[in-house]
Write a protein that binds this ligand. Structure first.
Ligand SMILES: O=C(CO)COP(=O)(O)O
Length: 254
């Protein structure tokens, strides 16, 4: 089965060239578990992708934060999957709640984007997650299942997808999901995959958690059986990202 621990750093719309170089230097100098134990992927803004790719240690990888839903062309302001391939960018993030909420990306659109990126050979970190209102009304599982279904409807092979559970109320708020809350939703997502995509997909797909993960709370979250890693926002810009990468060893020891 072997779900390798996955730690993604989503830098969002942050950083100057100088700041980016500083973060990369910190990452390059860090002593972390080997690539056999943890897969590390950082996602700078588009304009810094070539710079980060050229400077970053070879055991860490880069992701774009978005790409266009179909082949490139007359789509002002967009970046195509073909361009990412051209730059040898192996990963892309799709379905982030900030894009769903602020740019009105529907679940169907996200499904199409995931499918197109995969068709071009790009691996996808696909995000799902409920709002506070949805959680309080008891519809968390229904919401994340519907978002996952919109992806599953367009995709038959899950080998190159990492599913990120990111409750909207935990993103950038400092309000982290408790380990039990994260485990519960991850377990439900795995059950959903089992029922709808098969036992093998459920057993092998990594389901990572995102939302106010930091150096202090990562170990307890990582210890949950269905938490296969993290997608980190704010803390991925700071040296504590190294501690989060190291939390992969929690899995190694059990
Ligand atoms: O949105 C996130 C990662 O994609 C999480 O952001 P924070 O870690 O800043 O809460």
């Amino acid at each position: 089965m072997g779900r390798k621990f996955f730690v993604g750093g989503n830098w969002k719309c942050n950083g100057t060239g100088e700041e980016v170089k500083k973060i990369v230097t910190t990452l390059n100098e860090a002593e972390v578990p080997s690539e056999d134990v943890v897969e590390v992927v950082v996602s700078p803004p588009f304009v810094f992708l070539p710079l980060v790719k050229s400077l970053l240690r070879s055991d860490f990888h880069v992701a774009a934060q978005n790409c266009w839903v179909r082949k490139g062309g007359a789509f002002t302001g967009e970046i195509s999957a073909e361009m990412l391939v051209n730059l040898s960018i192996p990963w892309v993030i799709h379905g982030h709640s900030e894009r769903r909420a602020l740019l009105s990306e529907s679940s169907e659109f996200v499904g199409d984007k995931v499918a197109y990126a995969l068709s071009q050979g790009i691996k996808v970190i696909a995000c799902v997650g409920e709002t506070l209102e949805q959680r309080e009304s008891g519809s968390t599982v229904a919401v994340v299942a519907a978002q996952t279904k919109a992806i599953a409807d367009k995709v038959s092979n899950w080998d190159n997808i990492v599913l990120a559970y990111e409750p909207v109320w935990a993103i950038g708020t400092g309000k982290v999901a408790s380990p039990a809350q994260a485990q519960e939703v991850h377990c439900e997502l795995r059950k959903w995959l089992h029922k709808n995509a098969g036992a093998e997909v459920a057993a092998s797909t990594r389901i990572i958690y995102g939302g106010s993960v930091n150096g202090a709370n990562c170990k307890e979250l990582a210890a949950q059986p269905d938490v296969d890693g993290f997608l980190v926002g704010g803390a991925s810009l700071k040296p504590e990202f190294i501690d989060i990468i190291k939390s992969a060893t929690v899995k190694k020891n059990d």
